[in-house]
Ligand binder design. Sequence first.
Ligand SMILES: Cc1cc2nc3c(=O)[nH]c(=O)nc-3n(C[C@H](O)[C@H](O)[C@H](O)COP(=O)(O)O)c2cc1C
Length: 205
Amino acid sequence: MIDTSIEYKVHDLITNRFSPREFSAKIITDKKLLAILEAGRIAPSSFNEQPWRFIVANRTDETSFERLLSCLSPKNAEWAKNAGALVLSVAKKKFDHDNSLNRHAFHDVGLAVASMVFQAMSLDIYSHQMGGFSSEKARTTFNIPDDYEPVAVVAFGYLDKEFFTDERLKQQSSSPKNRKPMNEISFANTWGNEISLEHSIKRKD
Ligand SMILES: Cc1cc2nc3c(=O)[nH]c(=O)nc-3n(C[C@H](O)[C@H](O)[C@H](O)COP(=O)(O)O)c2cc1C
């Protein structure tokens, strides 16, 4: 089932975020790109392991941008070629302290990327994450060691002007989000039990 409403007030940075395919040619300055990466660098992680690594390609550096672009699926590359920057996230699979498997490595990489996505939003820079890339090609292209796993590529960029004049695109960005309803993803006490926080707060009183 799909829910298109946003019933509870959440921050504008969150409601305004969406994943565009229409990026402008406007350059992302290195300073802004570094602020985005900084937001990822200081994210929380299990055992403070910081299992995230990032391969960063600003479009100002054509060669490195093309190298990362060439790892994307053709369908993604078609629009991602207009992004201001591409970032490949990579997870370190084992803990530094005892070399055991870090079950939360991917979780933590996603958390760092989420921090980057919202830092970018605060700078009017949108993002579009992609699983559609060749991890084998990324591994060989960037010499990624075996104990690290490529996770996703994120395209960052400003929205294209076309976005503000094309009614269809404008509508797409402002349209409500298609998401599972709250009671399908959040349970109370037991798996499958419908959540009703307002009810439980009342019960405590
Ligand atoms: C890990 C991940 C992988 C994704 N892979 C792709 C992809 O390969 N190509 C694509 O066009 N969108 C991709 N997306 C974007 C999702 O389709 C998008 O986030 C989802 O439909 C919700 O839309 P919204 O981000 O505009 O709210 C991916 C998103 C995530 C988080």
